[in-house]
Design a protein around this ligand. Structure first.
Ligand SMILES: *Cc1c(COP(=O)(O)O)cnc(C)c1O
Length: 411
């Protein structure tokens, strides 16, 4: 059996049994999984972890499942790349890219959360899974749910990129395109979740789903030889990933996987949807919802469910927040590709561009170690680069034509 003790309200600390519920009945605070850390400490050591397969399930005792993993068995353990080319350009000493563009069936970090959510949905006995998505979650629920033999209802904003719609519908879920933005879709899904007994991964299964994000943090520590980095830059949509990366670091510290924890956590958003970064920068206590307008659609949540908690983590750790323009996002996607050979989606452009600003402003210290979390693959958002990529050299199929071009462009 697993080590999850209960669900606990983040506001009033009331505890609930492990069930598909997500809000406190007394204060409406969000529920979060709590664990028997003393029990985990006895079985989960650096040595036991090292002996396991390189997947996100190596840290399974720290995930809210009751039995064995059932979904996404090969997902995770994406590369942590020492990005020396990029470090030179940004003027920092030690820079890493946590590269979640690969090692996941649908090529984004959402396969982490969905692997955990669908395993839990099966444990609870659901036959239908559902989600409200900005794109990547739709891919992941559609694909992993297909393999797990689950019925799927996937709700997206109708304005989503064409290629993102194709990459969901190919798995033959029930795909519902809603006339409205993500926040409208999410509101509708909360109503549907009250009516139909489905596992909405990011609504009634959210306390379990969200814990899957911790695996990104555990992997970073594992890949750094169980050392915490000085700085970690995380993109924010709802703010969940950021809070869970920090939770994973604290848990690793609590059970002795790392000895020292001093990491500062930084939030990255697009200027066209920056409720979390804006609150951090202005020192505001409340998150002011916005109407998203950015090419970074996977981060376009105007009313972020975990926004408050994300700002609290940033303040607690001494980090900061930054938001960047669409032009900076495109430049950063190209920079990452041309220096490190990694093609990130728009969310990746956001994270790198924000990191760059934070370094230039002296918020991230150039002599420390920095990890930048790149969360999705650029093949998913190619439209964003239309008209912004380098020249294609067009020639006739003969040597003279090639030599003409070569003389013009040089080597
Ligand atoms: C969903 C998503 C995020 C962040 O999501 P949170 O809601 O903040 O956990 C980051 N990057 C990509 C590519 C995503 O799809």
């Amino acid at each position: 059996m697993g080590f999850t003790k209960a669900l606990k309200c983040r506001e009033c600390s009331r505890e609930y049994p492990v069930e598909p519920i997500y809000v406190c009945e007394f204060c409406f605070g969000p529920l979060e999984a709590v664990y028997d850390y003393d029990g985990i400490k006895k079985v989960l050591t650096r040595e036991t972890i090292a002996a396991r397969p390189r997947t996100l399930w190596r840290y399974k005792e720290l995930l809210p499942i009751g039995g064995e993993p059932q979904v996404g068995l090969d997902s995770g353990f994406s590369p942590l790349i020492k990005a020396d080319n990029l470090a030179r350009i940004l003027g920092v000493k030690e820079l890493y890219i946590k590269d979640d563009t690969v090692m996941h069936p649908t090529l984004s970090f959402k396969d982490r959360v969905v692997s955990v959510a669908l395993t839990k949905a099966k444990e609870f006995g659901f036959d239908t899974v559902a989600c409200a998505s900005t794109g990547n979650l739709a891919h992941s629920v559609s694909a992993l749910g297909a393999r797990a033999g689950l019925k799927r209802f996937v709700f997206i904003p109708a304005s989503l990129e064409k290629s993102k719609i194709t990459a969901s519908v190919v798995y033959e879920p029930n795909l519902i395109a809603v006339d409205g933005n993500y926040d409208d879709v999410n509101r509708l899904c909360s109503e549907i979740a009250n009516k139909h007994r489905w596992a909405f991964v990011n609504i009634n299964i959210r306390p379990f789903y969200a814990e899957g994000s911790k695996t990104m943090g555990f992997e970073i520590l594992d890949q750094l030889g169980w050392q915490a980095p000085d700085h970690v830059v995380v993109p924010c949509a709802s703010g969940s990933l950021l809070t869970k990366v920090w939770k994973s670091f604290k848990e690793a510290h609590k059970i002795g996987l790392i000895n020292d924890l001093h990491t500062k956590v930084y939030a990255a958003q697009a200027t066209g949807c920056s409720p979390i970064a804006a609150a951090i920068k202005s020192g505001a206590d409340v998150i002011r919802p916005v109407k998203p307008d950015t090419i970074a659609k996977s981060l376009a949540i105007g009313n972020p469910a975990d926004g408050y908690y994300a700002t609290a983590v940033v303040r607690e750790t001494g980090g900061y927040g930054e938001h960047v323009s669409d032009a900076e996002i495109i430049d950063a996607i190209k920079l990452l590709a041309a220096t490190e050979g990694i093609f990130a989606e728009t969310a990746g452009g956001v994270t790198l561009a924000a990191a760059r600003r934070l370094i230039e402003a002296g918020k991230i210290d150039k002599n420390g170690s920095t990890v930048i979390c790149i969360t999705g693959n650029g093949l998913k958002t190619q439209e964003a680069l239309a008209g912004h990529t380098g020249e294609v050299h067009h020639i006739k199929p003969n040597l003279a034509s090639f030599e003409d071009v070569l003389a013009r462009i040089g080597r």
